[in-house]
Design a protein around this ligand. Sequence first.
Ligand SMILES: [Zn+2]
Length: 178
Amino acid sequence: MCSSLRLLQAAHGAFQVFTAKELHVIDETALAALRNGETERALEGLARDGKAYINRDGASLDTLVHELLHCHAHEDFHQLGKRWIEGATEFFTIEAMEKGGLTPTHSYPEEEGVLRALLASGYSLESLKIFYFQGGDNTLSEWIDRHCYRSWKKVNEAVRHGDWPRARYGLRRKTRFL
Ligand SMILES: [Zn+2]
């Protein structure tokens, strides 16, 4: 727990104060039960009600960093839905791991790809961190409407359906003809 908190503090400490959370190390069956049968991918861990649950047979340092991030995400960001949350959480996990000289596992490559496309179009990492950790207005949807090839509505629709190429395509920067 301490080393994970140190990694998070070093990478994202300007935007959040990371505190220890209740941690439960449980087996995969107990983890699946907590997830209400939601088993679309391998269960490494999960966060519920500010507590972190880790699979005792399939977790790494990476997993705890990821679940601790979930515990520190703002309720406002949660309104975006699961795929945006996982993308941002994984992106911030990778940043913390790499900053600490560790190798991340990239657990949500498609969701992560959407976040990378958004940042590549110019949405700032600072805005993303402020929204994720501190909440506030949905600056992301407004920004996409203004700067990207497709509207937030269209991009979000693609993300919710798991249509990753369409989501990334829609996030390209709008071309300006002068
Ligand atoms: Zn997650």
